[in-house]
Ligand binder design. Structure first.
Ligand code: 5GP
Ligand code: MG
Ligand code: MG
Length: 181
């Protein structure tokens, strides 16, 4: 059996405690919007831990959201323009719903733009979005999130659901990882 690759050193950027405080504040802000029967649509895979904490924080703020998932993958580099593909679509009937898209990172903006357009095309009444991290410096699309956890430096981050080659998702904090070499 091959040995798993060595782990990278990771420097904490946002501690578990800082994330928990921010998630609670986001939930309070979302609760203030008085959405009607909100449907949370989490973008897989990176948002799975964030959305798990967020919906429990929403519960603590008196909301009873439904939850569904869309699995998106993006291909190509920023310079090539890139394309977003649906690996698994939402199951819910979106027509007339107040939808809250939840994603881990807003980077080029292609993923969020695609998700917003997809849910609008399915007839959502309202499409809002909530991202844990916003890397503003890397935006190529005209898209913003309605709720943002942290404005993030232009560094590759892992942990709290976010991966490098499907590793590090289990870390309870978010940290930066340096490219090898
Ligand atoms: P966008 O479509 O906005 O360019 O890319 C968004 C997606 O790219 C995020 O949802 C996330 O899955 C991935 N991504 C962007 N930056 C990072 C990063 O620093 N770390 C990790 N693990 N994923 C990232
Ligand atoms: Mg993602
Ligand atoms: Mg990834």
């Amino acid at each position: 059996m091959a040995e798993p690759p060595a782990l990278h050193p990771i420097a904490t950027l946002y501690s578990a405690k800082a994330i928990a405080a921010r998630v609670d504040a986001l939930a309070a802000g979302i609760a203030d919007r008085k959405l009607h029967a909100p449907l949370v649509v989490a973008v897989l895979k990176g948002s799975f831990i964030f959305v798990a904490d967020l919906i429990r924080a929403l519960h603590a703020h008196g909301l009873t959201p439904e939850i569904d998932f869309i699995f998106l993958a993006s291909y190509g580099s920023d310079t090539e323009g890139g394309a977003v593909e649906i690996l698994r679509d939402v199951e819910s009937d979106i027509a007339g719903r107040d939808v809250m898209i939840v994603d881990d990172i807003l980077d080029s903006g292609r993923t969020l733009l695609f998700a917003k357009e997809r849910l609008r095309a399915k007839g959502a009444r309202t499409v809002l979005s909530c991202v844990l991290l916003d890397k503003k410096a890397r935006r190529t699309e005209m898209v913003t999130a309605d709720f943002t956890g942290f404005e993030c430096p232009d560094r590759f981050v892992v942990g709290y659901g976010m991966d490098l080659g499907n590793r590090y998702r289990e870390l309870p904090f978010i940290g930066t990882i340096e490219p090898a070499g």
